[in-house]
Design a protein around this ligand. Structure first.
Ligand SMILES: Cc1cc2nc3c(=O)[nH]c(=O)nc-3n(C[C@H](O)[C@H](O)[C@H](O)COP(=O)(O)OP(=O)(O)OC[C@H]3O[C@@H](n4cnc5c(N)ncnc54)[C@H](O)[C@@H]3O)c2cc1C
Length: 262
């Protein structure tokens, strides 16, 4: 489960965003949409903790494993300067996965920020082409729209500052996306900041649409040992009606019906 993976390429997608492709046949062969990898970044000052990233793409034939990332701190900064031939220790694939869309499923993908990377494999493996609702702070933070369009998905955009698409939250696009389809044929797949996902989950319950949400939390071990990444899920047998779940092991993908909304 722990592989030494050489970088094939590490390129700038747009300012602050990168795409790294590893030679990782052992991971690419098993990867499913929604799973993640835990990467030890060699030059990082804090070398103990790995960094988790969604599997952005995986090709079992070539052994290529793609991760799309935003530089936010020391780990991602160090990752961004690695070059072809540099080697990272990668654990994966980790976590559960989204339920793949069935032949009759109309997939509605809802992404905030880097969340579109986690949803790419769902779109790639979906029998039916659907919709991607993509939300970001501003147009500079919109990534991968063209990749989804190339797969035949329609992309609808929202930005907080109105610099592209609808001005407002991406969840405001959902009702319209579902209309015209029978709710039982739709399946919503969400990945993004937790407040966005909680709002999305509640909305899908109101609309009667099945939904799965990737609750990405800060994590340490990535394999269920340290309990740093717990999330609250419903548990009718507990006096408070909820229990903690390790998002790295039992998640990161949860059905919207399981999520505890407080
Ligand atoms: C399951 C999972 C999948 C992820 N997939 C991706 C991905 O595909 N692409 C991507 O760019 N990022 C992804 N992330 C987030 C990524 O792990 C963090 O951005 C990364 O660990 C930051 O490392 P750093 O050393 O650069 O930043 P640090 O120096 O550790 O932190 C810098 C800043 O980033 C914040 N941060 C750190 N971890 C997270 C996190 N998990 N969520 C939100 N904020 C965080 C910190 O609070 C701090 O403000 C994912 C996280 C999880 C848990």
């Amino acid at each position: 489960m722990d592989f030494a993976c050489a970088i094939r390429k590490n390129e700038t997608l747009k300012s602050g965003y990168f795409r790294v492709v590893f030679d990782a046949p052992g991971i690419a062969a098993k990867a499913r949409g929604g799973q993640f990898v835990h990467i030890r970044i060699p030059a990082m000052r804090d070398r103990i903790l790995r960094r988790p990233f969604s599997i952005g793409d995986a090709d079992s034939a070539s052994g290529a494993l793609t991760v799309v990332y935003k530089v936010v701190g020391c780990g991602t900064e160090e990752l961004s300067v690695l070059r072809p031939g540099d080697v990272c220790s990668i654990m994966g694939p980790l976590g559960n996965a989204y339920t793949p869309p069935g032949v009759d499923t109309f997939p509605i993908l809802v992404a905030g920020g880097y969340g579109s990377a986690a949803l790419y494999l769902v779109a790639k493996n979906s029998p039916k082409k659907g919709l991607l609702l993509m939300g970001a702070r501003s147009r500079e933070d919109l990534i991968l729209a063209d990749a989804f369009e190339q797969l035949g998905f329609e992309v609808r955009i929202s930005t907080d500052d109105g610099s592209a698409g609808h001005r407002g939250f991406v969840t405001e696009l959902l009702k319209d996306a579902v209309s015209g389809h029978s709710p039982e044929k739709c399946m919503v797949y969400g990945c993004g900041p937790t407040p966005m996902l909680l709002a999305l989950g509640k909305q899908t319950l109101e609309l009667g649409v099945e939904a799965e949400l990737s609750l990405d939390q800060h994590m340490c071990c990535g394999v269920g040992a340290c309990f740093a990444c717990v999330v609250k899920i419903k548990d009718p047998s507990s006096p408070d009606g909820w229990r903690y779940s390790r998002s790295c092991k039992e998640g990161p993908v949860y059905n919207a019906r399981e999520v505890y909304y407080g």
